[in-house]
Design a protein around this ligand. Structure first.
Ligand code: FNR
Length: 372
């Protein structure tokens, strides 16, 4: 592991990764869509809120544990699904999954992991979920669901905001694409139905395998009624990721799913999209407690975690920060980032007079405008 990670903020973590990585991989991770307006908006949204700490509340004893879909977690934090992690460290998702397990936090295995999903699942004995990029071939989809279930993934997260890549200017300028090299195809390439469709082992004709993989996973156009297919074929909790509009949150309730992730994919898809944090209060009002509301996009500090929880998230997913930790020091680097975030979360809750998750609500927040 390199020298200890900077504990101050996400910008310092990002700077440290910039020094460690080549411009291609670094730009792929740090970059957003278009002008970067939504990446910036995600941060500015957090800066618009101020915490108003409460005193004399007996906050020296705390338990921030939450129960999500019947699973008890030590803190309301998960590791967001992130594919192609080997572009920042050779151990990729194996290291991140191990670090997550050490903290007892769920690791959401991406369809586009650098390692086959079974290998990521076997790497660590912690809570694990599976994130689905929904292929156009239903048999391949069913095969992925079956593999995820048999690998012990309890919850299915279906990503809705990435049917095709956003206009990622840094990657275009760097002429960098992990997918073009087949990075992220490990789970598809090891899938028996995919291999059957290809008609030969992917390694025998890599360009053809990559072409089929891309065709199968991009440009698929689904509608709300299609969710019933997943509902029928996934026995566990079903979560839709990438919800930003309250009407879509209501649709999700009507579709019978168990949860949503309020997310703009870390600002990587629609340049100019609303900050995920700005979308959260209206979505929470729209769905209330009818489904579980998760959140990601822009979280960089423990105080950010507190704000997202106060604004209605049942739990929060960490994205780029843990990837920067991975770049810095593999499993130990991810572990250090998680330790820092969880410690700052706990301290901020204590100093704000909170003892448990249910103490964190809107009464602890004011906007800058309200403050004056
Ligand atoms: C992602 N994200 C993502 N999401 C997903 O559902 N499946 C995936 O495979 C990936 N892959 C991925 C790669 C990289 C390099 C990044 C940065 C992000 C999006 C991710 O789950 C999450 O929504 C964002 O990372 C959250 O924003 P922050 O925390 O990075 O600002």
């Amino acid at each position: 592991m390199n020298t200890p990670l900077c504990t101050t903020d996400g910008a310092a973590l990002e700077d440290s990764a910039r020094r460690l990585l080549d411009p291609g991989p670094f730009g792929y991770v740090a970059g957003g869509a278009g002008s970067g307006a939504t990446v910036r908006a995600n941060r500015e949204a957090f800066d618009r809120w101020r915490i108003v700490p409460r005193m004399l509340r007996g906050a020296h004893v705390r338990d921030l544990g939450v129960t999500l879909f019947g699973e008890r977690l030590p803190a309301p934090v998960l590791l967001a699904p992130i594919g192609v992690q080997s572009i920042v460290h050779p151990d990729g998702e194996l290291a991140s999954a191990r670090a997550a397990a050490r903290h007892g936090l769920p690791f959401v295995i991406s369809t586009m992991s650098s390692y086959p999903l079974e290998q990521v699942a076997e790497a660590a004995d912690g809570p694990r979920w599976f994130q689905l990029y929904w292929p156009d071939d239903p048999e391949v989809c069913l095969s992925l669901l079956d593999r995820a279930r048999r690998s012990g993934c309890t919850t299915l997260v279906v990503t809705l905001d990435n049917w095709t890549f956003g206009w990622r200017t840094r990657d275009l300028d760097n002429d960098y694409s992990p997918a073009a090299q087949g990075i992220g195809a490990a789970t598809a390439f090891s899938d028996p139905v995919f291999r059957d469709r290809l008609g030969r082992p992917p390694e025998d004709d890599l360009p053809a395998a990559i072409a089929l993989w891309k065709a199968m996973f991009t440009g698929v156009d689904r509608e709300w009624h299609d969710i019933a297919f997943l509902r029928r074929n996934w026995p566990g909790p079903l979560v839709l990721k990438g919800i930003l509009h309250p009407d879509d949150a209501r649709e999700a309730v009507d579709a019978g799913v168990d949860g949503i992730v309020v997310s703009n994919h870390g600002g990587r898809q629609v340049d100019g999209a609303i900050a995920a944090l700005d979308a959260l209060p209206d979505i929470k009002s729209a769905v209330g407690d009818r489904i579980t509301v998760l959140f990601d996009s822009g979280v960089r500090t423990g105080a950010d975690l507190v704000k997202a929880l106060c604004l209605g998230a049942d739990a929060v997913m960490i994205g780029r920060p843990y990837l920067y930790g991975l770049a810095h020091g593999g499993e130990a680097g991810v572990g250090e980032v998680l330790t820092n975030l969880l410690t700052e979360l706990d301290l901020t809750v204590q100093l704000s007079g909170g003892r448990q998750r249910s103490d964190l609500d809107l009464s602890l927040l004011k906007t800058n405008r309200e403050v004056g």
